[in-house]
Each structure stands twice: as structure tokens, then as C-alpha cells.
Design a protein around this ligand. Structure first.
Ligand code: DC
Length: 226
């Protein structure tokens, strides 16, 4: 039997960091579902496919060879598309916004459903995204939903980008965080929302290490793992 743990929440809340650490300590597989939407957004942008051309995007999703390799240094996963390394390109703010735009399309989400379910393999999976606990793995063994204020998430993103040597303006990043939230929470299909049985964690005032320790304790108590 294979265990599934889901970690959902808005952008910049620390899901990726938590998910990869959990997958490592548990020896589980990792699904960074945002990377799938990011790679499709980037591929569409490169090949001039309109972001609302649902048929073309479904075709792209069904006929491209996407590989996701867990990699701590490059965000949760390194990303290959048809043999090309897109790891750096998919992590930009632009790629995040492209991902959020294609992610509103119901047929595209449906086409990606089985691909995501296929990540669930023994001994277990940690799945990170927006609808892992609600749509992709409604029967998951344990569900977490991380949240934090938009200000805090924008501030963290600014620090990350500055650490990478980038010149960034807080207001611009804050605006982008708000727009992405708006789109992800209000779309018709699989909107960002906690599952009824998810454990909610507000990460606004606690560190990534504290979140990890809280989650670890819950996993140990509820699943007898760790
Ligand atoms: O988690 P992320 O920032 O890499 O996700 C990028 C975008 O992809 C996000 O703004 C919305 C979309 N997404 C989604 O709709 N469903 C998921 N399960 C994961 C991501």
C-alpha cells in the first residue's frame, strides 16, 4: 500500500521547501504539480500558442516528454521538456504567471489528472500544489494546507530574488502575488482551497524549520511514520 501526503497552499507559502524535505526524510516520491503547469506555460509561450487555446495546450500536455527530477538546489524539482533542461526558466515570475493562466482551463486540468495520479507509487508520495487534497488525491492519508498573508509571501519572494542577485521592487512582486492568488482562488475548476479534512497551518510568523517540525510531529502521530 502506498501512502499519500498532500501539501496545498498559495504561491510563496513554503510548500515546495516543506514537500521536498518531507519526501527526503520519508524516502517518498515527490510531485511538484506547479512545475507541470509552469512547463506547459513556458512551452506555450515559446511556441506562440495562445494561453487560452485549450485544444493546442491539451495536445502539448499529451505529446511532450516531461521529466521532473527532485533537486534541492533548483526548487523542488529539475525540469526537462523533450530533452531540454528548463529548470531555470520555469522558476521565473513570468513562468509562474503563465502557469497560473493556463491552469484555469478545465480540459487541460483534466488531461493532466492521470499524469499526476501516476506519481503515487510505493512506498509513498508527497504531493505539492493547489488541488492535491481536493481533486487529485481526495483519498490522501494526510492533508496539509499552508497559508500566509500576501505581504509576508511577497516579502519572502523579494528576499529570495535579492539573494539571487536580482534587483526587485516590493510593490511589483506584491501585485503579482495578489493577481496570482486572485486567479488561483477564483477559477471555476479546482480553485485553490483547503480540503475539508486538511490541517491548516498559518506560516506568517513561523520559520520553515518550525513548520517542518510541526508537520513531522503530525505525521508521526497520525501515520506512525518518522
Ligand atoms: O506552485 P507553483 O507556484 O509552482 O504553481 C504555479 C501555478 O500553477 C499556480 O499559480 C497555479 C498553477 N497550479 C495549479 O493550478 N494547480 C496545482 N496543483 C499547482 C499549480
Amino acid at each position: 500500500m502506498s501512502v499519500v501526503i498532500t501539501v496545498d497552499g498559495p504561491s510563496g507559502v513554503g510548500k515546495g521547501t516543506l514537500a521536498i524535505k518531507l519526501a527526503q526524510v520519508l524516502g517518498f516520491h515527490l510531485l511538484d504539480s506547479g512545475a507541470i503547469y509552469r512547463v506547459i506555460g513556458v512551452a506555450a509561450d515559446r511556441s506562440g500558442i495562445a494561453l487560452d487555446d485549450e485544444n493546442a495546450l491539451v495536445h502539448l500536455a499529451e505529446h511532450s516528454d516531461m521529466q521532473f527530477v527532485p533537486n534541492v538546489k533548483s526548487g523542488p524539482v529539475a525540469v526537462m521538456l523533450d530533452g531540454e533542461d528548463l529548470t531555470v526558466e520555469v522558476r521565473t515570475e513570468k513562468a509562474g504567471n503563465l502557469a497560473s493562466m493556463v491552469a484555469v482551463l478545465p480540459a487541460l486540468r483534466a488531461a493532466l489528472l492521470q499524469k499526476q495520479k501516476d506519481f503515487s507509487q510505493a512506498p509513498g508520495l508527497v504531493a505539492d500544489g493547489r488541488d492535491m487534497g481536493t481533486v487529485v488525491f481526495p483519498e490522501a492519508d494526510l492533508k496539509f494546507f499552508l497559508d500566509a498573508s500576501a505581504e509576508v509571501r511577497a516579502e519572502r519572494r523579494v528576499k529570495q530574488l535579492q539573494a539571487m542577485g536580482r534587483d526587485v521592487i516590493f510593490n511589483k512582486i506584491y501585485q503579482e502575488v495578489m493577481e496570482r492568488d486572485q486567479r488561483d482562488r477564483n477559477r471555476k475548476v479546482a480553485p485553490l482551497a483547503p480540503a475539508d479534512d486538511a490541517i491548516l497551518i498559518d506560516t506568517s510568523t513561523i520559520s520553515a524549520e518550525q513548520v517542518f517540525e510541526m508537520v513531522k510531529k503530525t505525521i508521526s502521530k497520525q501515520l506512525g511514520l518518522l
